[in-house]
Ligand binder design. Structure first.
Ligand SMILES: Nc1ncnc2c1ncn2[C@@H]1O[C@H](COP(=O)(O)OP(=O)(O)OP(=O)(O)O)[C@@H](O)[C@H]1O
Length: 366
């Protein structure tokens, strides 16, 4: 889980330029949380914390246990074991289980769950924790650009407007912790970016601590100060977005954020010889098998050095082009993302290289 335990080794990257964020005390602490359904573990030994005022994204593929974890934190699902603390107070452990309305939380779900028979003001006023003053409702409606919407009913609102109402309903009682489960996934993707930005602004302005479930790595990178990656019921890695992207604990986490090119070789005198040149392999024993992992955006056409490759496919994607290549004499297939102005003809040959600074080095079979 921590950097020291990471089997992925640095080639030569230097992170001194990335300023450390201040470490706030935790608003949420989850310890060894477990939950099985019919003897099948859905969440196993999950521990992490969310600093006060930060947005943490719980990221992972479908069925990995994200929602079950969120529901246990919310008090909607009872854990088999483990503990949940919010603002230092025990919400759930072996002897305590507080209901959602006693946890100082706000909840936003994928379907927004507005009451269809209540108008907007009544929806917002119907908080988890008691009555909300009309002045606060007006203030929040104004904050999200929906002044005067109080008397409308949910069916009169667009998806984006419903999302904003669901958000301010959850924010209205000033929760200690906002729990959001895929809050943007039912929105049209053109609408999503704008709503996401507005939501983030509102959460940041109000200093709210957030735990948000998503299966979308890009969304997690956009929204999260921190990301916790889950796989098959377990927490695999937790950290700042750049730590997960550039120092993944395993190939699975690396692959979650983008396609990967993989080149295998043997370590000799601290480096690995590959068709694209030598890559430093600090810490790996001589003679061992190692893998050089390079993201498509880190393969670059070059005039000298690198290797000769035949273009098998080239697709223009606007700002960039996706090029598929076969490395001459190796049978190796690679993918490169290059600036959109560059669109080589299929069948043509180009030289391709990679800066060792952007390569991840793993022991084979990891
Ligand atoms: N109430 C339940 N009864 C039985 N099995 C359940 C229940 N809730 C969740 N599961 C199972 O637990 C596992 C984890 O489900 P969970 O909904 O937490 O995953 P998820 O990562 O949130 O997935 P998704 O992104 O698809 O919502 C899945 O295999 C799911 O089928």
């Amino acid at each position: 889980m921590n950097d020291a335990a990471s089997p992925i080794l640095w080639a030569s990257q230097n992170w001194a330029h990335i300023a450390a964020l201040p470490d706030a005390p935790p608003m949420l602490q989850v310890e060894a949380l477990c939950r099985s359904f019919a003897d099948t573990p859905a969440v196993h030994d999950v521990s992490f914390s969310v600093p006060k005022g930060a947005v943490t994204c719980l990221l992972g593929p479908s069925g990995c246990g994200k929602s079950t974890t969120l529901r246990m934190i919310a008090g909607i699902e009872q854990p088999d074991s483990g503990s949940v603390r919010i603002d230092g107070k025990i919400m759930s452990d072996a002897t305590t289980f507080l209901p959602p309305e006693r946890r100082c939380i706000g909840l936003v779900f994928q379907d927004f769950a507005l009451f269809p028979h209540l108008d907007v003001a009544a929806n917002i006023g119907f908080g988890l924790r008691g009555k909300i003053a009309p002045r606060r409702i007006d203030e929040l409606l104004e904050r999200v650009g929906l002044s005067g919407y109080g008397a409308k009913f949910p069916h009169e609102l667009s998806g984006g407007e419903q999302q904003r109402i669901a958000l301010i309903r959850a924010l209205a009682p000033r929760p200690c912790l906002m729990l959001m489960d895929e809050p943007f996934s039912s929105l049209d993707h053109r609408l999503r970016d704008g709503v996401r930005d507005a939501t983030l602004d509102l959460l940041r302005d109000s200093g709210t601590t957030v735990l948000m479930v998503t299966h979308d790595p890009e969304e997690a990178m956009l929204m999260g100060d921190r990301i916790a990656v889950m796989r098959r019921g377990r927490l695999i890695q937790e950290g700042r977005p750049h730590e997960l992207y550039d120092r993944p604990v395993d190939r699975g986490v690396a692959a979650f954020f983008s396609d990967l090119n993989r080149l295998e070789g043997r370590v000799s005198q601290g480096s690995i010889a590959t068709p694209l040149g030598r890559f430093p392999a600090p810490g790996l024993p001589d003679g061992s098998c190692a893998e050089v992992v390079i993201r498509p955006q880190h393969l670059t056409p070059t005039a000298h050095g690198g290797a000769l490759a035949r273009v098998t496919r080239a697709r223009y994607l606007g700002r960039e082009s996706l090029i598929e290549l076969h490395l001459d004499g190796t049978g190796l297939a690679l993918k490169a993302r290059v600036p959109g102005l560059l669109l080589p003809e299929p069948g043509s040959s180009i030289r391709i290289g990679a800066d060792p600074e952007f390569a991840l080095i793993l022991p084979c079979g990891d």
